[in-house]
Design a protein around this ligand. Structure first.
Ligand code: ATP
Ligand code: MG
Length: 256
């Protein structure tokens, strides 16, 4: 399955693209999403949409090949497509409206999903500024986010949950360090766990934070609660490897 820009200018390009649509899973590619990709292809942001990396209830992540505008930055991108119909709209509101950056967003399902996509983009920008390994954000349009593809030779990396840690003391320390750097940059990830960390590079894999859409700025009333939860999730995971760290001490250290 590939959605690829035709080199020739066809008379009914849109029709041709609509036929391509039928090759791609129903549901993710409704007409609105299809038109977003049509625009991304035409603007030279991507040159093809290659294959699904992960499909979920709330979003689908595809590998895309970069277009002319981005090919000097990276060969591939990850395209995250937020589903409008099946997204957990109620859950999202808790993380969105109380974040001062998004308090003005209109409370329709579509507007909430678009804001969520923008929120993940902006949170990834903060990760980059804070020097925390996470996909570089490239572009977003409505419900589609394009970011750096974390993988090797076109193959996506696996999560910490899937591959485990070869050096648990070090990986735990590294991830806690990311939490601290992000906190100092004014952000809490708020969904941190072994499921949202990719292990990148061989033979010494480096943890990369992904799935940053839930992240909130410190002005959010639950920022402290989310910070504590992130720390506890990380410590819970590494405890299985025998890593012993005290959550209260870590919390003090992060906030210092
Ligand atoms: N930048 C990326 N590069 C490579 N793979 C990625 C990237 N971003 C996400 N993925 C893959 O897609 C999966 C889902 O991404 P993500 O966690 O951001 O979405 P999600 O909607 O929260 O999904 P889930 O509900 O499974 O957590 C990840 O577990 C990972 O395998
Ligand atoms: Mg996830």
């Amino acid at each position: 399955m590939a959605l690829r820009r035709s080199k020739k200018k066809l008379p009914a390009r849109e029709d041709k693209m609509m036929k391509e649509k039928s090759k791609i899973e129903e549901g993710v590619f409704d007409r609105a999403v299809f038109m977003i990709f049509y625009g991304l292809l035409n603007k030279g942001i991507i040159s093809s949409l290659d294959y699904p990396i992960a499909t979920g209830k709330e979003s689908d992540v595809y590998r895309a090949t970069s277009g002319k505008r981005f090919e000097d930055q990276s060969q591939y991108m990850a395209a995250k497509i937020f589903r409008i119909e099946t997204a957990n709209f109620i859950h999202m509101q808790d993380y969105l409206f109380a974040d001062p950056r998004f308090s003005h967003v209109r409370r329709t399902k579509r507007e909430v999903i678009y804001a969520w996509c923008q929120k993940e983009f902006r949170n990834l920008q903060i990760c980059a500024q804070a020097n925390v390994p996470a996909p570089k954000p490239f572009f977003f349009s409505k419900s589609v986010l394009l970011m750096e593809f974390i993988g090797e030779e076109g193959i996506p990396d696996s999560t910490l949950k899937a591959v485990g840690s070869e050096d648990p003391e070090k990986d735990c320390e590294t991830i806690l360090g990311y939490i601290r750097r992000l906190y100092r940059a004014g952000l809490v990830h708020a969904d941190l766990s072994e499921f949202n960390i990719l292990m990148h590079g061989y033979p010494n894999p480096v943890p990369y934070l992904i799935d940053c859409g839930q992240g909130v700025v410190l002005g959010h009333p639950k920022a402290k609660e989310f910070l504590e939860r992130d720390i506890r999730n990380v410590l819970r995971y590494f405890k299985h490897y025998g890593v012993k760290r005290d959550a209260t001490e870590i919390l003090e250290w992060v906030k210092k």
